[in-house]
Ligand binder design. Structure first.
Ligand code: SF4
Length: 234
């Protein structure tokens, strides 16, 4: 079980969490530090034995991938939570995205992207005796939670004894606390979903709005930074 500085958790509410099957051990797929902060703190406060699984070959370019990963590691180390650094098999991601380059966010390319990340999470769970997996992806209000849950359930169904936990991490104030934690920890603030196509589309939208293109590695959450606008969050 991870140990944690009690001052970090003393002010937050304890979530009413019921892990499927009465389990107390969870493998959490994490997309980034800002999205996973609320899940991590909520589960640790509830006494859940949590392991973070970082597998995100969608993130482009590599510089952005390394920053997002290192921010997640920084927070995991702070809380002494096990962190699994999985492969960055980006060529495999591009192969699976072929023909879907122009698809909009929340479309079939995103289903493929969720499937790929959850398939690897479920495989790791199967091979390492985790019975429950979940993900930080659904906490972002810009994501379609049903689409994410469908992918999670699909991936888990390949392995008997592995279940995808569909808990809605936005509820019980989770959506707002996610930004409070990001500001408190001054996490890197990614400004697009992750893949090369979301970077392209967000930059096109910014150009249309007369805004500057995204500068990789420049923005960090601060107490005064606003929440991301549509198209900017993970
Ligand atoms: S927009 Fe986001 S979820 Fe969709 S394919 Fe790109 S990285 Fe994956």
């Amino acid at each position: 079980m991870p140990t944690i500085d009690p001052s970090i958790l003393s002010d937050r509410p304890e979530l009413d969490l019921t892990v499927p099957g009465g389990e107390n051990k969870v493998l959490m797929h994490s997309c980034c530090a800002p999205c996973s902060g609320e899940l991590i703190e909520g589960m640790v406060k509830a006494g859940i034995d949590l392991t973070i699984f970082f597998y995100n070959p969608n993130i482009h370019p590599k510089k952005e991938y390394e920053i997002r990963k290192s921010e997640n590691i920084r927070y995991a180390e702070k809380l002494n939570i096990p962190f699994v650094d999985a492969d960055y098999d980006v060529q495999n991601w591009f192969a699976r995205a072929k023909g879907m380059e122009k698809d909009p966010e929340r479309g079939r390319r995103c289903s493929m992207c969720f499937d790929m990340r959850f398939e690897r999470t479920a495989l790791y769970a199967h091979e390492n005796n985790f019975k429950v997996i979940t993900s930080s992806l659904g906490i972002s209000r810009w994501k379609n939670m049903d689409q994410i849950n469908e992918s999670g359930l699909r991936a888990a169904s390949h392995y008997e004894g592995v279940e995808y936990w569909t808990y809605n991490w936005r509820q019980q104030g989770g959506g707002a606390r996610m930004y409070d934690i990001a500001k408190r920890e001054e996490f890197y603030k990614q400004e697009y979903c992750g893949c090369i196509y979301s970077l392209r589309d967000t930059n096109e939208w910014r150009e249309f709005k007369g805004r500057e293109k995204i500068q990789i590695g420049e923005e960090f959450y601060r107490q005064k930074i606003e929440e991301p606008k549509q198209g900017e969050g993970a």
